[in-house]
Write a protein that binds this ligand. Structure first.
Ligand SMILES: [Fe+2]
Length: 419
């Protein structure tokens, strides 16, 4: 019998409010009691949307930097949706591209009110879909808990798979979450458009896989370890509790990264201790809102990011197999190899085997605006980070983002016909 959702060991040093602690227990107890925790399984699918004309290049990029392979394209009236898969244990990724750049919709609107987000209005991580054992029952129970869903008609118009129930974007994270029913012995089948294997996407994937083989990295990059979302400081606790209400995840704990005015807050699946089956969901929020920065006089890269891009997924972290290759730790070998293939990283690999893990951030993808993190854990280390690593990573991402903000302002200042 599985543990109750509140019984998992707590990690971290960040203090929560009495409200958070009270409702954490109440929400998880109720979720367990009503059967939702048992009915909602792992993250089965993740959805990303990119700019028109960018999806093939983005599939190539993901296939180079991760274990994902191109499977098939679903063509619907106004979108191409490429399905990427590792295997049936790790979640699929759907990479979606709108055909007409003038198409407007809710996901675009979520980008458009933010100064940098507006520059790539179609690029964002949309959200994840959980495998459930009883779709009708999960949806009915969630509706009774005041969770709002898109109607079937809206799902059809949004050209999302018709066999999913999709919750409207979170007011705290702007991500969606969905549910679909799939017995474990059945493949994932998407009820959307016409499916075909496209030569151009296939070629992009094959070229990436050949390069991975030449670089001797293919066997070292493992499935997704965690997904990290950035939210406004005042929404930290609400975002965590909301996600626990939508999922079958538990609260692992929070670390205070005081010198970067930030905290990292981790939730994990109650059903799967292995992140490669169901990635951990991480929320990062500033400790203080932006308008007190001038009094505190400390950097605030997390709040800056949210103000520039809006609340959204910041990075996808892939695990790197523990071990060494060519006299380097695997993560150093992977990063050096992929860097030689023309991909940029924000800093050098940070951390050490003695500290338990090494990590690095890539530059943000020009196609999706998402950063890829690599993380190698040594021996039996089970943690997500060391405080020093997170501090350095947060700082590096902030520096990169400041540059982007300056570039965006420079573009905005130019006359329209000169852009
Ligand atoms: Fe991370």
């Amino acid at each position: 019998m599985r543990k109750s959702s509140i019984e998992f060991q707590r990690n971290g040093d960040k203090e929560n409010s009495p409200f958070f602690e009270e409702y954490l227990t109440k929400l998880l107890d109720e979720r367990d009691r009503t059967g939702l925790t048992d009915m909602i399984g792992e993250i089965d699918v993740m959805m990303i949307t990119v700019e028109p004309g960018c999806s093939v290049a983005y599939v190539g990029e993901l296939c180079l930097m991760s274990p994902y392979q191109y499977l098939v394209t679903l063509e619907s009236e106004s979108h191409h949706t490429h399905v990427l898969r590792v295997d049936m244990n790790a979640p699929d990724i759907l990479v979606r591209e709108v055909k007409n750049p003038n198409t407007r919709g809710i996901f675009r609107s979520l980008n458009e009110v933010y100064p940098i987000g507006a520059h790539k209005p179609n690029s964002r991580y949309m959200g994840e879909v959980f495998r459930v054992t009883n779709l009708h029952e999960v949806v009915e129970q969630q509706k009774a808990r005041e969770i709002r869903f898109f109607t079937q008609d809206q799902i059809r118009k949004l050209e999302l798979p018709g066999n999913m129930a999709v919750v409207k974007p979170s007011p705290y994270t702007h991500n969606i979450c969905g549910y679909w029913e799939r017995p474990l012995d059945q493949l994932r089948v998407y009820s959307l458009g016409l499916s075909s294997i496209r030569n151009d996407v296939q070629d992009a994937c094959l070229a990436a896989k050949e390069l991975q083989a030449r670089l001797h990295v293919a066997d070292l990059i493992l499935p997704i370890d965690h997904l990290a979302t950035r939210v406004y400081s005042q929404n930290r606790e609400a975002a965590i509790l909301e996600y626990l209400s939508l999922s079958s995840y538990y609260y692992w704990g929070s670390y205070d990264i005081r010198d970067q005015n930030s905290s990292t807050n981790v939730t994990k699946s109650v059903h799967h201790s292995e992140e490669r089956v169901s990635p951990a969901k991480v929320f990062t929020a500033a400790n203080h809102p932006y308008f007190v920065n001038h009094l505190l006089q400390i950097p605030s890269p997390t709040e800056n990011f949210v103000r520039n891009y809006g609340p959204r997924l910041h990075h996808i972290a892939f695990a790197v197999a523990d071990g060494e290759r060519n006299g380097k730790t695997n993560i150093d070998h992977v990063v050096d190899s992929i860097r030689s293939a023309g991909k940029d990283f924000l800093v050098q690999v940070i951390g050490s085997p003695e500290e338990g893990l090494k990590q690095i951030f890539s530059s943000a993808s020009e196609h999706s605006s998402l950063i890829i993190e690599y993380v190698q854990r040594f021996n039996d280390f089970r943690g997500f980070f060391t405080k020093q690593n997170v501090s350095e990573l947060t700082h590096a991402a902030g520096v990169e983002e400041t540059l982007q903000a300056l570039q965006a302002e420079a573009v905005a200042a130019r006359p329209v016909d000169a852009r």
